[in-house]
Design a protein around this ligand. Sequence first.
Ligand code: HEC
Length: 498
Amino acid sequence: MKRSILGAAARRAGLALAVGAALFAISSCRQTDGADGGKAAVGAAAEFAFRSSVESPPPGESVPFKLSANYPTAAPAACAPADCPWLTMNVNFDTSFPPKPVSWQGGGWDRYIASILTYVRKGQDPNLADQVGFRPDIGGGGPRWFNVPWMAYDPSAGREYRHGTTNERTAHLQDLIGPDGKPLVADDSVGAVHLFAGMSDACKGRYPEGFETWSVGYYNPQGGYAIGRSIPKDGVPKTADYMGSQMLAGLPFPAGTVVVKVLTTNAPPECVPALKGSPEWRVNRHVLGSKHGKPSYMCARAVQVSRVVQIDVAVTDPRSPTGWVYGTYAYDGNQPGATFWDRLVPLGVQWGTDPWTFPAVPDGAASLPLQQSVANPAIGTGNLYEHMGCRGRLAGPVDNPQSSCVSCHASAYAAKPGAKSVMGQNVPPSFGFDGLCTAYSADNASYFQNARPPQSFAGGKYPDAMSLDTSLQLEVAMQQYGQYATGKAPEPCVDSAS
Ligand code: HEC
């Protein structure tokens, strides 16, 4: 069975690899008109690209989510300073060598990330209630927020119908290694799973299957414009020349792009006290079953409660060496504040991968202090179950602690449209590789490197991979389209023998 082969490979290669492999190897889907020789392909491509979810809601049931894909057709005006104040804030993107230390308050990063949250929460339900969800349309002048197409194709992890969330494959299974060094979770779970740093052993024992992350992302009009030009109405990705290289026709993302992502977990508040009072979203996600005598997530889905745990943002800022700034906020129910949004705590910002810091360089004297990742000094107090990423770079509570926001996102590359992208073969291994963050190596040096489109991925291993300007949702979309276009209708989601 494909799954058990993957399982064996995962054990050999280190579990981190399994997460990446799982996303791109197990994605399974059905192509209705696979044998039509491409005649109806354009129409069918649009249908798959722009459908809202893998499974439809039961007849008569109204749901909060509908794919927001009426992308602007003309370039939106630059974001006004009143709306996007961070773009003109005096923060330090200094890349001089040796790096100068950066600070949260002194460096102005606290205000920078606070102002992005003001933009994101505008017009949203104060408590992000389940029946409302994240609103694409906040009134006035057309939709504010847009989704990426081609993410409702794969029945294993593709968009569900209530909130449009997809199953994240990014959590690091190393979190789930028990004290005896053996995985706590069967490695053939349909979804990637995570636990929380700081979670009690009692809770780990009670939920040996781990928790799933389902999340949904939205781009603002600047981002939506870029997406619509990259994947037009026929659903077929389009490329154009950008500085001598082929890239998706709308990329790179213009200045003023804002991306937000709402992440949920099914961890219960008694195990993660910070989740107290967090919005309870009903999500059509994998049911718990049993495989090889161990509790495990299955292909079948049912509407079940998940809780919003983290809000991620990414903004383009021309001053950044990567062109981007990433930031994250954790929900902490013990914070004062009347609404969900008021109880979010910023954890930090990251605008580069810190290529002068281990493991991009050897450990010891050669490794310099972080300069492109800044943490909120309040972390570690109160109930925030936060771990950072590799060597203290930024990563959120449900992210891979061996990676970091910008290093994982800097690996967003795709094979040319129509070809299949396979991580580690023709595109970089976003979710890691054997030895991620453990020792200085060529792979680590490439993974913790800054690039700007249309530059290829550092290290020279993937010369033909096309930069997606850090959008991993576009990478998922290109992967899904590649499967569709190569016509090898992959098998539907299949549970390994139980
Ligand atoms: C180990 C890999 C990994 C890490 C670390 C990671 N992400 Fe992502 N992120 C993804 C993947 C994969 C997607 C696309 C799939 C999805 O959204 O379901 C994504 C999507 C996003 C999006 C939506 C736009 C896009 O690029 O697709 C934002 C915004 C985002 N992440 C922000 C963050 C922030 C902020 C952090 C750090 C706190 C972070 N990410 C850490 C893998 C990662």
